[in-house]
Design a protein around this ligand. Structure first.
Ligand SMILES: Nc1nc2c(ncn2[C@@H]2O[C@H](COP(=O)(O)OP(=O)(O)OP(=O)(O)O)[C@@H](O)[C@H]2O)c(=O)[nH]1
Ligand SMILES: [Mg+2]
Ligand SMILES: [Zn+2]
Length: 341
C-alpha cells in the first residue's frame, strides 16, 4: 500500500491506532477497551487513524480504513518558475474547502489528514484569500506535498487524492522524484501566457517530466490537464475571453472538448508547440483556461491591504481538477468517461 502523503510503500499489519484529541490538537494512542460493545467498537474504529512511519514532510496520519479505499490518485503541478502553480493550487483547495466539489459535481470530499489540511489553509489559502497576499516562490529543489482529500462518488468507494506542488524543474534534481514519477496518475501542466512573447517557446519543466515518464514506461497511464493560467491577462483575446466571462459549474465532455480546442488553437497560433506536448503524448488530456487571482499583484508590497488592490478573484480553477478526477476514474459517470479522450 502506498501512502499518498510521502509516496512510500508501507506495510500496515495491525498498526497501533490513534485518535485526534480535539483539545490539544494532537494524536493520542487509542486503545479499544476489550469490554466495549460492538457498536462502540465500530464507532471508535470509524474515527481511528494510523500513523505513517515516515516523518516526512511532517508526522502524518491516515484513516484506519485506508486499506479499504481504492488506490490513491496522485496529482502533481508542473511548470516553469513563476508560472503560477502555487497560486492555482491554493485557489483549487479553497474551492474544495468551500464545498464546490460536492455542490457542483456530486462528490463528497473530506481532508485526509486534518492537521496537514489546516496547515495548508493557514500557510497558503488564508494569506492569499483572506489577506490578499501573494504567495512566495516555492523553495527550489523541493517537491512539496500540499494537501490530500478523500473523495467519493455518492455510494462509491472513497479514493484518496493527493496534490503535489513541484518547484520549476525540480523533478530532474530531487531525490524523491522517482517516487513521484512512479506514483503519479495525473498532472496539471501550468502554462504562463506572459511568457508567450519570448522568442523561443521551450518548456523545460514540461519536457523533463514527460521524458521521465516515457523512460519509466508510465506515459500511457498518466492523464494531463494543461492550464493556461493568469487568464486575466488574456481577457481581450477572443475567443478566450468568452470562456472567461462564463464560469458555469457543470463540466460536460462537449464543453471540455470545445475549451480544449480553443486553448490548443491559441497556443498553436503562437508557436507554443512545447506547451501542447502533454496533450499529444499523455493517455488522456484536456486544455483549460483559468485565473487564480483575477489580476496582477501590485508591483510594490504594501503594509496594509495586501498585494491585490481589488482582492483576489479566481475563475475556472476547479475545472482542471474535475477533468483530472474524470480522467483518473474518480468521477466515473458515462459523461466523465468521455472527458479527455
Ligand atoms: N495576473 C495573474 N498573476 C498570477 C496568477 N497566478 C499567479 N500569479 C502571479 O505569478 C507569480 C508566480 O506565481 P506562483 O504561483 O508563485 O508560481 P509558481 O509556479 O508556484 O512558481 P515557483 O514556485 O517559483 O515554481 C506571483 O507573483 C503571482 O502573484 C493569476 O492567475 N493572474
Ligand atoms: Mg510555487
Ligand atoms: Zn506517509
Amino acid at each position: 500500500m502506498s501512502c499518498p502523503v510521502c509516496l512510500q510503500q508501507i506495510d500496515w499489519r495491525d498498526p497501533p491506532l490513534y485518535r485526534l484529541d480535539a483539545e490539544t490538537g494532537e494524536h493520542v494512542e487509542l486503545t479499544i477497551p476489550l469490554n466495549a460493545g460492538p457498536e462502540r467498537k465500530a464507532r471508535l474504529r470509524r474515527t481511528a487513524r494510523i500513523r505513517c512511519p515516515s516523518p516526512e514532510p511532517t508526522e502524518h496520519h491516515l484513516p484506519a480504513a485506508y486499506g479499504e479505499f481504492g488506490p490513491p490518485v496522485v496529482l502533481g503541478f508542473v511548470g516553469a518558475r513563476g508560472s503560477g502553480k502555487t497560486h492555482l493550487l491554493a485557489a483549487m483547495v479553497r474551492a474544495i474547502e468551500r464545498g464546490d466539489l460536492s455542490r457542483h459535481h456530486g462528490l463528497s470530499c473530506w481532508p485526509l489528514d486534518i492537521l496537514l489540511h489546516q496547515q495548508y489553509l493557514r500557510d497558503q489559502v488564508d494569506p492569499l484569500f483572506a489577506e490578499a497576499r501573494r504567495l512566495s516562490p516555492t523553495p527550489a529543489d523541493q517537491m512539496m506535498f500540499a494537501d490530500a482529500f478523500v473523495v467519493a462518488r455518492n455510494g462509491g468507494t472513497p479514493r484518496p487524492v493527493a496534490l503535489f506542488d513541484i518547484a520549476g524543474d525540480a523533478l530532474t534534481r530531487v531525490a524523491d522524484a522517482a517516487a513521484f514519477i512512479d506514483a503519479t496518475n495525473g498532472l496539471v501542466f501550468v502554462a504562463d501566457p506572459t511568457r508567450l512573447d519570448g522568442s523561443e517557446h521551450r518548456e523545460p519543466a514540461f519536457g523533463a517530466v514527460l521524458d521521465l515518464l516515457r523512460a519509466s514506461g508510465r506515459l500511457p497511464e498518466v492523464s494531463a490537464a494543461i492550464v493556461l493560467t493568469k487568464a486575466d491577462r488574456l481577457r481581450f483575446e477572443e475567443p478566450l475571453a468568452l470562456w472567461l466571462r462564463r464560469d458555469t459549474h457543470v463540466l460536460t465532455a462537449d464543453e471540455s472538448l470545445r475549451e480544449s480546442a480553443d486553448v490548443y488553437a491559441y497556443l498553436h497560433q503562437r508557436g507554443a508547440h512545447a506547451w501542447t506536448r502533454p496533450y499529444r503524448e499523455c493517455a488522456r488530456a484536456t486544455l483549460h483556461l483559468a485565473t487564480a487571482t483575477g489580476a496582477n499583484p501590485l508591483p510594490n508590497a504594501r503594509t496594509e491591504g495586501g498585494d491585490f488592490d481589488l482582492g483576489v478573484h479566481p475563475s475556472r480553477v476547479l475545472r482542471p481538477l474535475v477533468a483530472l478526477l474524470a480522467m483518473t476514474g474518480v468521477l466515473d459517470s458515462p459523461e466523465a468517461a468521455r472527458i479527455g479522450t
